[in-house]
Design a protein around this ligand. Structure first.
Ligand code: ATP
Ligand code: MG
Length: 569
């Protein structure tokens, strides 16, 4: 295609609104434009990338035996009420009413709609297993839409749903999707890792997130330095401490700590390390207030806490509640004499003796506090985030930490939806049985963005060939007849050979063309200038390595097939 006929509004300057490389480069390369927060138009180049990612996903989903369908974006509230998600989804759900005042939402995901379909159409075990997928626009009114296509409010997702007659068969369906995801992200040219993810209240280990490793990732993952273990930090288990302090206990003492509220302030004032302090975080649930004890240098893990308490919602108590429960302003809460809250403790506390805690009194802390003697703990559990240097829970030495972008998610749902929506089939004995489900998502735009996060330099994008908008950027450096004729000849022949060529036919200076080509990031640039032609050569430049080779135009044609992405014909 010719540049002069395409809308490719490249920008020389960095747009102020962009915080991440991929957001900035998608805007600068003229691939996307913002319409509203988290809502974008895909311009021709951006759309070509999106379509490439979709094509890879489609091929691998089909190869894995899944079948494509397309569900509506609008879905009626009744279905969501059946599963309780009309209320549970909260503000993230885009809701609207039709002219008859009936409630609808714009689909953020499609478990309800697919389960409704399958319960109507599938009667017998003979029709299972079944895996249906779609590639479709989703809507989620995210609190913080950001990073361009990475976290949009309107975005394209591939979502798949499997239905099986039993657990064992469902595990096979899950494994097939896991394997397909490995192929999809490999083909997209990404460096990624499948990590164990939280399964919420459903439990079990059958949830994996596919994380593209990148500094700008919103997720934190931990992995064993010398083993296969990898998990989202939300889920990573921290084994209980193996060494317990044998220090003799000292008497409890109250000490003044004027104005010292934070771990840093209190430890600096009392000249102790954060490892000798126990912080008390107050959380509210729908029923009560819970005091969570953590070592001073540890971070609370709310996912683990919710699981321990068996609730879906918790929040840090506000200052009014803190004062009501402890009798002191925020910063001085402690477990000694605390009557208004249940006390749970991270199991690191079990190993501690003679520690510092808040005294539930303004400007005061206790030193040499000891659990059991000075206060009662309702339960010890793993309640903190794993961190670098912790032992890996499944061997392989110590944990390391990395940032990741979640591009895909495979999840064993079990009977959560089939039960609430009564999706049953008749088993071989003629009994009504609930279908065992799985769901599998991939963010298409997020995958494209993640590819940029991993493949760029100071000049622009360096697309992995399989998802590049074009394979070759043809750059004639003048408008002379020999240059134009050669460009036309190469364009025709390369296109016929199955390569996708973007022909910069504008009457622009060489510098402008080079800058745009580097920004747009096609894997190869084919440069045609009068000087080279006088010597019978054109230049083929590899965007990634910068390597330039001169060769006669015919030779370029001979080699064309080597430039194609692997796996295409
Ligand atoms: P996150 O934790 O990032 O909000 P999620 O757990 O809500 O993601 P899923 O419901 O599992 O995401 O959706 C499947 C996939 O859809 C994700 O793995 C991600 O690639 C993509 N995705 C989710 N939310 C967005 C969004 N707001 N913008 C773009 N892609 C998204
Ligand atoms: Mg989300």
């Amino acid at each position: 295609m010719r540049t002069s006929q395409l809308l490719i509004p490249t920008l020389r300057e960095d747009p102020g609104e962009a915080e991440t490389v991929s957001h900035r480069l998608l805007l600068r390369a003229g691939m996307i434009r913002k319409v509203a927060a988290g809502v974008y138009t895909y311009l021709p180049l951006g759309l070509r990338v999106i379509r490439k990612v979709e094509a890879i996903i489609r091929e691998e989903m089909n190869r894995a035996g899944a079948q494509e369908l397309l569900m509506p974006i609008a879905s009626p509230a009744e279905l969501w009420r059946e599963t309780g998600r009309w209320d549970f989804y909260g503000k993230e759900l885009f809701r609207f009413k039709d002219r008859h005042e009936r409630d609808f939402c714009l689909g953020p995901t499609h478990e309800e709609v697919i389960t409704d379909l399958i319960r109507r159409e599938v009667r017998s075990y003979r029709q299972l297993p079944l895996n249906c997928y779609q590639i479709q626009t989703k809507f989620r009114d995210e609190i913080r839409p950001r990073f361009g296509l990475m976290r949009g409010r309107e975005f394209i997702m591939k979502d798949a749903y499997s239905f099986d007659q039993d657990e064992a068969s469902a595990r096979l369906s899950y494994q097939k999707m896991y394997d397909a995801y490995q192929r999809i992200f490999t083909r997209c040219g990404l460096t990624f890792r499948a990590v164990e993810a939280d399964t919420g209240l459903i439990g079990g280990t059958s949830s994996h997130e596919f994380m593209v490793l990148a500094e700008t990732g919103e997720e934190t993952i931990v992995y064993a330095e010398a083993g296969p273990y990898a998990a989202n930090v939300e889920r990573a288990e921290v084994p209980p401490p193996t060494e317990v302090s044998t220090e003799p206990t000292r008497p409890l003492r109250k000490v003044p700590t004027p104005g010292a509220r934070t771990v840093e302030e209190v430890t600096a004032l009392l000249k102790v390390s954060p490892q000798q302090l126990v912080k008390t975080l107050l959380y509210t649930t729908a029923q009560d207030t819970v005091a969570v004890l953590l070592r001073g240098d540890h971070e609370a893990n709310e996912v683990k806490l919710k699981k321990l308490l068996g609730v879906t919602d918790i929040a840090l108590a506000d200052s009014a509640r803190v004062t009501a429960v402890t009798g002191a302003p925020v910063g001085f809460a402690g477990p000694v004499g605390l009557a208004g809250a249940r006390i749970v403790a991270d199991h690191a506390i079990k190993a501690m003796r003679n520690f510092v805690v808040g005294a539930n009194e303004v400007d005061a802390h206790y030193v040499d506090a000891n659990w059991e003697r000075d206060f009662t703990v309702a339960g010890f559990a793993d309640l903190r985030n794993a961190r670098a240097g912790d032992p890996s829970p499944q061997g392989g030495g110590l944990l390391r930490v990395a940032r990741g972008i979640e591009v895909g998610h495979v999840f064993m749902l079990g009977i959560k939806y089939s039960q609430s929506m009564k999706a049953t089939f008749l088993d071989p004995q003629g009994r009504e049985t609930l279908a065992v489900m799985g769901c599998y998502g991939i963010g298409v735009g997020r995958t494209a963005s993640a590819a940029i996060e991993q493949n760029h330099d100071a000049k622009g994008i360096i697309w992995p060939t399989p998802i590049a908008p074009f394979h070759i950027h043809l750059l004639p450096l003048s408008q002379t007849k020999p240059v134009t004729d050669t460009a036309q000849m190469l364009y025709d022949r390369l296109t016929q050979a199955g390569l996708e060529v973007l022909w910069d036919d504008r009457d622009e200076r060489a510098g402008v063309k080079f800058n745009d080509a580097d920004l747009i990031g096609a894997p190869f640039q084919l440069i045609i200038g009068d000087k080279g032609l006088a010597q019978g050569t054109v230049e083929l430049k590899h965007r990634k390595s910068g390597a330039v080779s001169k060769r006669p135009p015919d030779k370029v044609l001979e080699e064309a097939h080597a430039l194609l992405p692997q796996g295409s014909s």
